[in-house]
Design a protein around this ligand. Structure first.
Ligand code: MG
Ligand code: MG
Length: 271
């Protein structure tokens, strides 16, 4: 990947303030999109809502124009249903009771990017899928809690790995989180597991901003790309969950820039 040629940057207080503004907008719109999820809604309707609200706020949907195997991406959201892990394309597909939909969303505003994702139940879902969603979101916050000065990058990914593997789930290893700032994808790469090499031993310092995004599967960790060239799905067809926030390391600990309601930070708490 090109990432390695760039340097890991730490953001100034002024840059973090801009990332706070875009992060909050991402969180607010994602909350509105989440509220629209119900049986009968199409993934394209969710995408339209996200794009309208982004443009109304003066932002640019961050995913539009991202290069892919068959030309640039054209949507504001990635919508990944059931066994789809990430990068599902909005379409006329109607959601049905019992589905789960991963909604991934990014905005560019005033030169800075925010990136967040949530997996949402459609009506009543199977208990084992509820537990998968809860564990994945909790693992994200376990990782966020490690984003403190002096910790290492491996502490972040290791927190996801430890939490979900202890519960019998698997961590997708083909995709990872990332640094974020002026660009959506900046170094370092942030695997959701302990790794060797790369930036795994990087010491976290104030001003580092990361998008952490565990992708966790009910069955095997293996994934494959569907014939549309974008959609990544589990190899065994079992469900997957994806949650993401953009987080700054501050002197006093992590600040979750894409979190709107800090008191109710777990969207899956009531499941
Ligand atoms: Mg994302
Ligand atoms: Mg991301």
């Amino acid at each position: 990947m090109r990432l390695r040629r760039d340097r890991i940057t730490r953001k100034s207080a002024m840059e973090i303030e801009k990332m706070r503004v875009v992060g909050r907008l991402v969180g607010e719109i994602l909350r509105d999109v989440r509220a629209m999820v119900e049986p009968g809604v199409t993934t394209l309707e969710l995408d339209r809502l996200a794009e309208e609200k982004t443009r109304a706020a003066g932002g640019i949907p961050a995913f539009i124009g991202v290069p892919g195997p068959r030309g640039p991406y054209r949507h504001s959201l990635c919508t990944s249903v059931n066994d789809e892990v990430v990068h599902g394309i909005p379409s006329g597909r109607k959601l049905v009771e019992g589905d789960v939909i991963g909604i991934d969303f990014g905005i560019v505003l005033d030169g800075y990017v925010g990136d967040s994702a949530v997996t949402v139940p459609v009506g009543q879902i199977a208990d084992e899928v509820k537990q998968l969603l809860k564990a994945t979101e909790e693992s994200l916050f376990q990782a966020i809690d490690r984003m403190r000065p002096g910790n290492r990058l491996n502490d972040v990914g290791g927190a996801v790995e430890d939490y979900v593997e202890a519960r019998g789930y698997t961590v997708v290893r083909d995709f990872c989180g990332h640094g974020i700032g002026r660009k959506m994808h900046e170094p370092p790469q942030v695997p959701n597991y302990r790794s060797r090499g790369g930036d795994s031993n990087l010491i976290l310092r104030e001003g580092l901003v990361l998008a952490i995004e565990p992708m966790v599967n009910l069955g095997v960790a293996d994934v494959l790309t569907l014939s549309d060239g974008w959609t990544v799905a589990t190899a065994d067809g079992k469900q997957s969950a994806h949650f993401e926030h953009t987080i700054a390391v501050t002197e006093s600990g992590p600040e979750v820039l894409t979190l709107v309601d800090a008191e109710n930070y777990l969207t899956t708490a009531a499941l």
